[in-house]
Design a protein around this ligand. Sequence first.
Ligand code: GLN
Length: 288
Amino acid sequence: MADSFAAQTIESIRRALTARFEAAGIDSAALEARILTGTVLGLDLTGLIAQGLQQLGEDDAARLDALAQRRLAGEPLARILGTKEFWGLPLKLSADTLVPRADTETVVEAALGVLRAEGRMQEPLRIADLGTGSGAILLALLTELSAAAGVGTDLSAAALDTARANARSAGLAARAQFLVSDYADGLSGPFDLIVSNPPYIRSADIPMLAPEVRDHDPHLALDGGLDGLDAYHRIAPQAAALLADGGLLVLEIGQGQGGAVSRLVTAAGLTVMGSVRADLAGIGRAVV
Ligand code: GLN
């Protein structure tokens, strides 16, 4: 890096870092610069502002510089920090877990919306999260459904270690179980709620993904096969067999997959409720 961060004030470094991130085309440059600076210094936003005129020590400057270089080289901030917030939960990540996306909160919201309308929020619901990764969807649901318990499955045992750690730190370990399994293979129902954010990118599209995704997220969590729909062919009949009467299936989908996924779940004997739920960008993101 041309100019060192040492002997500059925290505030001027934060501004310089923001400018560098902006120049590199990073979307939330100011936010990321603040999070990175705050993490290195162990300060929240208030602390950063209060101590803005203090100078950075050499060790902190070197650490911040090294992390900033990784970000500028295309590594996502969540990977650098090893953590990402989802539904207000600070989730630990590993190389084996997808970075939880804000889009996926659409799945949580869709499920809670139906359960709330049906007056079922306090029931001892049984939940299955197929391909749970870091445990994001299951743990978010358990924070809202205080009498529910659930199981998260994944093909990756390493991902489940991370999910278990996340359940423990969220205080949800007693209600969350994790099993190595191919979607719902070997699970015994009935479940009141089955959720999944399966891999849904067409194999041929993987090389075209943004480098931050392509080079850093596990392809096991992205690659949905030839037409991107492999996972739904597996999950739809499994869910139909495992759902309780009045049970709910909520699936995250990729852009443009609403029709095909709706047809697959209908063919499995389930009924699609309402239209495809859109994410914050207005893209169809969840089928209920
Ligand atoms: N939403 C992810 C992406 O766009 C894909 C996740 C998935 O395949 N389930 O990179």
